[in-house]
Write a protein that binds this ligand. Structure first.
Ligand code: KG4
Ligand code: ZN
Length: 352
């Protein structure tokens, strides 16, 4: 069997196809990063109109990449939330049309569940067989860190999620994007901060918000701390006339910021996983693309850690197809009447 997954919750139009074993046969991602970069964040209406243009060619490309015909697709899965309303509508409506035209089941997928199940999708260099066997006996701790969310989710069985805690203010990715703006770096800020922090000199650490006694997070104080220190160091507001800020100063502050985020995420995830007697830890979401975060979690965790490859970390259709496959196996078929579930806010929006 083959499930086609459609993801349009934010600024990526993506279509992926997985087979009945969860093997990724195609994962086409049309990113709008360059379009939004000039605004310093996502402009929702621009995003939804670009989805309108990209959805059909991306879908056709995925079917071609998989070496399939339309008749080989057995079900379509689509993100129905959370995300930007206008963007979600494009993908969900297209998938409703596709399932009607092909006379195949339609499965609505929660975007965050999709991120988690991205870790279960199998590619040439990634497979989670040990985790697949473990699930059901002991829970798995999932840290979902993206531009709009920072969540600790306990996976108690396939398709059975329990939200333990989330951010009270900014998401981790949002904090990366906003700190990058203060440092004069381009959008999206995560990869930029990682780049300038690499090999940067050590500086005074920035504060950590531990939110002790809870599984919650908070990053807005850290964002303010970056702003305050950037002002003291004279790198904010940016002064174009002086020829730009000293790269060591920018890199040092970026590193202090990144270290603080990683310390909190890793420490809290490991302690929650031990407390809940978990079999392992899964790290997913766009921020899971961060090299030092991946490395620190693997080094410090006494439990096995699984992190999908980069293309399955940031928003993609294969993770939606994978979650669709799990739901299909659990008996989900007809989400014809499904509406979108938008987020009240998306952290990476240029308007926030
Ligand atoms: O999951 P995602 O693609 O979209 C949402 O659902 O939000 O995550 C996007 C977020 C952005 O905030 C981006 O800055 C962050 O992931 N990100 C990173 C890295 N690559 C992407 N953050 C830190 N380090 C990275 N290498
Ligand atoms: Zn996402």
């Amino acid at each position: 069997m083959n499930i086609l997954g459609i993801e349009t919750s934010c600024d990526e139009t993506s279509v992926g196809i997985v087979d009945g074993d969860g093997y990724v046969r195609a994962n086409v991602i049309a990113t709008q990063i360059d379009i939004h970069a000039r605004y310093g964040g996502i402009v929702p209406e621009v995003a939804s109109r670009q989805h309108v243009l990209d959805i059909r060619p991306v879908c056709e490309q995925a079917v071609r990449d998989a070496g399939l015909d339309w008749g080989d697709i057995d079900a379509v899965a689509a993100t129905h939330g959370p995300g930007l309303a206008g963007s979600l509508i494009v993908g969900l409506n297209f998938s409703k049309g596709l399932s009607a035209a092909l006379d195949i089941p339609l499965i609505g997928v929660n975007h965050m569940d999709g991120h988690v199940y991205g870790a279960w999708a199998i590619t040439e260099d990634h497979g989670l067989e040990p985790f697949q066997e473990l699930i059901g006996e002991q829970p798995i701790m999932c840290l979902v860190v993206s531009g709009g969310h920072t969540e600790l989710v306990l996976l108690e069985g396939h398709g059975k999620f329990r939200l333990l805690g989330e951010t009270r203010d900014d998401a981790a990715g949002e904090a990366f994007d906003k700190a990058a703006r203060v440092l004069g770096l381009r959008y999206p800020g995560g990869p930029e901060i990682q780049r300038v922090a690499e090999g940067a000199p050590e500086t005074d650490p920035l504060p950590r918000a531990w939110m002790r006694g809870t599984d919650e997070f908070s990053f807005s104080g850290l964002k303010t701390a970056v702003l305050t220190r950037a002002r003291k160091l004279g790198i904010y507001p940016p002064n174009g006339a002086s020829g730009g800020a000293d790269p060591d100063v920018v890199g040092g502050l970026a590193k202090a910021f990144q270290d603080s985020v990683i310390d909190v995420l890793v420490t809290k995830t490991i302690s929650a996983a031990k407390r809940e007697n978990c079999a392992g830890i899964v790290l997913v979401g766009g921020v899971a693309a961060n090299g030092p975060l991946r490395q620190t979690l693997k080094e410090k965790s006494p439990l096995p850690v699984a992190i999908p490859p980069f293309k399955l970390c940031t928003d993609n259709g294969a993770m939606i197809a994978m979650s669709g496959l799990v739901n299909f196996r659990n008996g989900r078929r007809d989400d014809w009447d499904l509406d979108i579930v938008p987020s009240l806010r998306i952290g990476t929006s240029a308007l926030v």
